[in-house]
Design a protein. Structure first.
Lengths: 335, 335
């Protein structure tokens, strides 16, 4: 099959054999894959990942191993999205780790992560995932929506982590792909969500989805200019300067959700966290079922965030394009 | 009265008039005052504070204004500790601010702070505080214990912020004055508390109070050497390097309490907070009643942490001494 790996900070095409399946794993033909900032970080050498990147996808089940004919027929040919953390049970490790025992599979101590940690990902014609990671996509949800299930689930993680009833409004810092999804997800439960971003055109996209917007410069000068305070602030700028502004804008005893996972140490003054007794909540992967429900209800509609779709064979050009300033979601499509 | 202010990074003696009292405020004769790292930061020019520093004290009520003779007699001559945040109600501001309305007086938007923000503090013969900030000290608690009520309350804030029943053990990073109190307070509710510090002698003091100890270097090499993981980690090193180790040692979905309020930006990688979905809780001033109860019960005994007591007239020498390596709590005593 055609697959892409990272070499010298570029994606290069390979002809790879189909992935081997363990019992209760599925072979999935990738229909659409999304390019995420994490993929760009992998390209730049972070995560020390040498395999096939890509962790956002919608695919079609092509094969299943080690299950009854009846169970197999339930899956074959069906469209699925897939959770990216592959935990103890999928590898049949016994005993399972302390986190799997507590049901925290996304924090499994022995996990591999699709396209990120020791597990080939979605920038390929096929990928393999355990059945327990797969979620069927209802017919009413198009491929162009379903490919957003993974990042949308990450946005939904905020709803799972916080008691949202205590908030009436929120600020989202950042106007990129993830920030856009987060603002839309929060807007489904809060009457007021304000996005603070650097790019007029991106803010306009949020505006069209019922989100208030404010332009900022994305540097230290924002600390003097921005006077707004929120009980809930989500930092999703993907840049080191975001945390300082987020602390500045979080009111005393407020909650600051940290979503940015850029690598590299940024100088941060942390005393405002202490003086204001802010609760900072790190937030990563989230509930796929909730994301699928939001797409099905049409309360969140991500496809307008797609900048361009490339055929999978043009993946190297696609990931270069995705790094251009102002470019939102770039997709790879099966040929 | 004799008082000390900051000039050219030193304490200098002044002869000041007694503080004026508003209605329902008390004049307090300082019996003992403690020197805290925040006082040293004030000396170095942080906080831009120009008045009399000092916010840890035990004193004796010398006068009360604007109350009945009966209420006055309840206070006169009594020993007290005092909460340091002076909020809307004490200044008779109407309407009170949004935080006072919610009962969060320590976060009052218009607060002054004893010896730190717009309010002369305890490095003087007398100070003034509203009655609502004062707590009577029971006779069974000696001055040398009572002077620890303020920092001990700050340690107790952790118990007020977290549901401690979810934890069975905790790590405390740092072996200084505040870290020592925090470890002792946590030890009253947890069967196991481990202190990670740089100083053998300080760790021995913790050891004598039933706390496990581990020596660390206090630099980036700790990230490679320390393999321990905790569901609860308290960062109280007072230094920028502490946060990286604290993140490293907090297990996925764990809680990291941030107590250090040093000023200055330290380069911090924040992605572990996101990947491990750590909840970081900023923690500042705490409940005086709880601290007094702990002293009364003798479950926490701070006086062994006193390095030396100076007469108040020698405050400049005392604060120099407090900055020597390895020196724990330094006290100033009324003459």
């Amino acid at each position: 099959m055609l697959a892409f790996t990272v070499k010298n900070k570029k994606l290069v095409a390979l002809n790879k054999p189909l992935p081997q399946l363990r019992p209760r794993w599925a072979l999935v033909r990738v229909l659409l894959a999304g390019i995420c900032n994490t993929d760009v970080e992998i390209l730049r050498g972070y995560h020390a990942f040498r395999g096939v990147p890509g962790h956002e996808f919608v695919g079609e089940v092509a094969d299943v191993k080690g299950v009854s004919t009846k169970e197999k027929s339930k899956w074959l040919g069906k469209r699925v999205a897939g959770e990216i953390n592959v935990s103890c049970s999928a590898y049949n490790y016994r005993p399972v780790c302390a986190f799997c025992r507590r049901g925290l599979k996304t924090h499994c101590a022995r996990r591999t992560v699709l396209g990120i940690v020791n597990h080939d990902g979605a920038f390929a014609e096929y990928l393999a995932l355990p059945l327990e990671n797969l979620h069927l996509i209802p017919n009413s949800i198009a491929d162009e929506q379903a490919v957003f299930v993974e990042p949308l689930a990450a946005a939904c993680e905020i709803l799972a982590q916080l008691n949202m009833k205590q908030f009436r409004e929120a600020a989202v810092l950042g106007d990129g792909k993830l920030a856009q999804l987060i603002a839309r997800v929060l807007r489904t439960t809060l009457p007021r969500v304000v996005m603070y971003g650097k790019h007029k055109d991106k803010l306009q996209q949020a505006s069209a989805a019922g989100i208030e917007t404010q332009i900022v410069r994305g540097d230290a000068s924002d600390l003097k200019r921005v006077k707004d305070n929120f009980a809930l602030v989500v930092e999703a700028t993907g840049s080191p300067s975001g945390l300082a502004l987020a602390q500045h804008m979080t009111e005393p005893r407020g909650t600051l959700v940290l979503k940015s996972t850029f690598h590299g140490a940024a100088p941060v003054e942390t005393w405002p966290l202490v003086v204001k007794e802010i609760t900072l909540v790190g937030s990563r992967c989230g509930p796929f079922a909730k994301a699928i429900a939001l797409l099905r209800s049409e309360k969140v509609d991500p496809p307008p965030l797609v900048a361009r779709t490339f055929p999978i064979s043009e993946a190297p050009a696609a990931i270069q394009y995705a790094q251009q300033p102002g470019v939102m979601k770039v997709l790879l499509k099966a040929e």
